[in-house]
Design a binder for this molecule. Structure first.
Ligand SMILES: [Zn+2]
Length: 239
């Protein structure tokens, strides 16, 4: 949320430059900066000792797809505390162990999502009114069942590259830079919702490229990167 009025006294906010943060809404009357705020929410993968994950149906979210336990943090609560509370409230289970995984911004709702893994003993669910049903689902089946749009992937930077010379997208021919990423995709959505017509999975490199001078080189770089990762994993298994 971006403050146009001070939430404490109702005065229209001004602007003030605050160090590296840049120009921030400022209340002259209260003499305080009013930083943009967002809601913090936890989302938890609730798992049991049999490699199963609790997937919920909440008809107010979607009547056809599953979701994970999630909830808004309360003032004075630790994020781990929210995880334990929400799991107890939504599915009636006691958490034995909480482990932080990662965070991500859910920009549409101005939320910061903190992702956790929560371990519980397998038991029957005692559902809150917010939850319409819940199931224990094997890990292998869980991703496909999760809510549409929740595509599972992992993305890692590989290297910076540069291109010299004129082409269709570079009229001056000056050196331009790009960042090469490697994405490990675990689940695709059923349908494509972009300008793309089709995604093909190929074992061999195709013969035709849009930019033949650079694209095969980038693919090679990613192959070297993956090979490096495998060597690293093998080394770790030895020790
Ligand atoms: Zn004020």
């Amino acid at each position: 949320m971006h403050f146009t009025y001070c939430p404490h006294c109702g005065t229209k906010t001004g602007k003030k430059e605050i160090g590296d943060e840049g120009v921030i809404p400022f209340c002259e009357k209260c003499n305080i900066p009013l930083w943009d705020t967002f809601t913090t929410s936890i989302i938890a993968a609730v798992v049991n000792e049999q490699n199963e994950i609790a997937l919920l149906r909440q008809n107010y979210v979607s009547s056809t797809k599953y979701v994970c336990v999630a909830g808004i943090m309360k003032i004075g609560e630790s994020a781990e505390g929210t995880v334990v509370r929400e799991i107890k409230e939504e599915i009636g289970l006691d958490v034995e162990n909480v482990q932080y995984i990662k965070s991500y911004p859910y920009e549409k709702k101005e939320m910061l999502m903190l992702g956790y893994k929560a371990v519980v003993k397998k038991d029957d669910f005692r559902l809150s009114k917010e939850v319409d049903s819940a199931n224990w689902v094997k890990f292998e089946e869980a991703l496909a069942r999760l809510r549409e749009g929740s595509i599972a992937f992992d993305i890692k930077p590989v290297c910076v590259y540069s291109v010299l010379g004129k082409n269709r997208v570079n009229e001056t021919g000056e050196e331009s830079f790009g960042m090469l990423y490697y994405a490990e995709i675990k689940t695709f959505e059923q349908e494509l919702h972009s300008e793309m017509e089709q995604v093909l999975l190929l074992d061999e490199l195709p013969g035709k490229w849009t930019y033949p001078q650079i694209q095969p080189l980038l693919v090679d770089e990613v192959r070297n990167y993956i090979a490096g990762l495998r060597i690293y994993c093998a080394d770790r298994e030895k020790t």
